[in-house]
Design a protein around this ligand. Structure first.
Ligand code: NCD
Length: 300
């Protein structure tokens, strides 16, 4: 079994991951935690795009479960000598890893590797495709805060076009019964999402506001916005937040562009912001995913 997209998971698997993540979340807060569930297994992390949260949390998650983790140094690898993704996959497979975690700039790269590898492949973000473990950690964070997801009004706002986080979250949160509102600048809303509202409407009465980073590195043309313009027109400000439900929580997958999609003070507000809780939940969710995907190998 691989974890390539939200659609690759059954409802029962999603429920299991969220339940197990809540358990690992509590367990991670205890001192001197070390589990042996993945004892003797090898996990390869191959990140072809930059990452702080996702890379480290997969490594910490695997190590807390007792696995050996090998991080492929892409900059120093044979990819720099022109090796194809398929050949790199065959090479990694020959070393008999028990799981491969991959982040890649090309949408669909994890599927390509999954067709080559004999072990589970986990998509840690593919181009503008999907980022399923981010959506799972976001869902687990919302459940931790609100005790449920069904019926919550969740606004997802910003650079929807380039966001694999949004793509996975839209699928997952919809399946879990949330009422979604999507908003972004017209040039950053993909054609397949015609129902996007403006941000003021999206935020009105929202229980959760998930802001997305403006991904300038994926744009062929610059947005041409003046300093402060994006925040004023499309970003989360204290003034806009006042339209949301009084208990509204703020989320962001990180990294944050302070003063662009979100006012810095809102990201730091301990009452409102779930951003560090998302990071903490990221370790727990990745433990749950690694545990589920490698279960057959452990019992073999
Ligand atoms: C996101 C990503 O890489 O897709 N970050 C993350 O994994 N937490 C979002 C982003 O880069 O803006």
């Amino acid at each position: 079994m691989h974890l390539l997209s939200i659609d690759s998971l059954s409802d029962a698997q999603i429920a299991l991951i969220l339940d197990e993540a809540a358990r690992w979340f509590a367990w991670n807060r205890q001192p001197r935690r070390n589990a042996k569930r993945l004892d003797g297994l090898t996990v390869i992390n191959a990140f072809f795009e930059n990452s702080t949260r996702t890379l480290l949390s997969f490594e910490i998650a695997a190590k807390r479960l007792g696995a050996q983790v090998v991080v492929m140094q892409v900059e120093q690898s044979s990819i720099k000598k022109g090796e194809t993704l398929e050949d790199t996959g065959r090479t990694l497979n020959a070393m008999r890893p028990d799981a491969l975690v991959i982040r890649h700039g090309t949408s669909g790269a994890p599927e390509t590797l999954a067709s080559i590898m004999d072990c589970p492949v986990i998509n840690a973000g593919d181009g503008i495709g999907e980022h399923p473990t981010q959506a799972l950690l976001d869902a687990a964070t919302i459940r931790q805060r609100f005790g449920r997801i069904a019926g919550l009004k969740i606004a997802i706002c910003g650079d929807l076009r380039h966001s694999r986080v949004a793509r996975s979250n839209i699928k997952l949160l919809h399946r879990l019964g949330a009422e979604l509102r999507l908003a972004g600048p017209p040039s950053l809303v993909p054609n397949e999402l015609p129902h996007a509202a403006n941000i003021d409407e999206a935020v009105s009465g929202a229980d959760v506001i998930m802001m997305l980073r403006v991904q300038r590195e994926r744009m062929s043309e610059d947005l041409g916005d003046a300093p402060g313009e994006f925040l004023a027109r499309y970003g989360l400000t204290a003034e806009r937040l006042a339209r949301a439900a009084p208990h509204a929580a703020i989320m962001h997958p990180g990294p944050i562009n302070r003063g662009v999609e979100i006012e810095g003070a809102l990201a730091d507000d301990p009452q409102r912001s779930l951003i560090t809780l998302q990071v903490e939940m990221g370790v727990a969710v990745r433990m749950a995913c690694l545990d589920l995907l490698t279960a057959e190998r452990v019992t073999a």
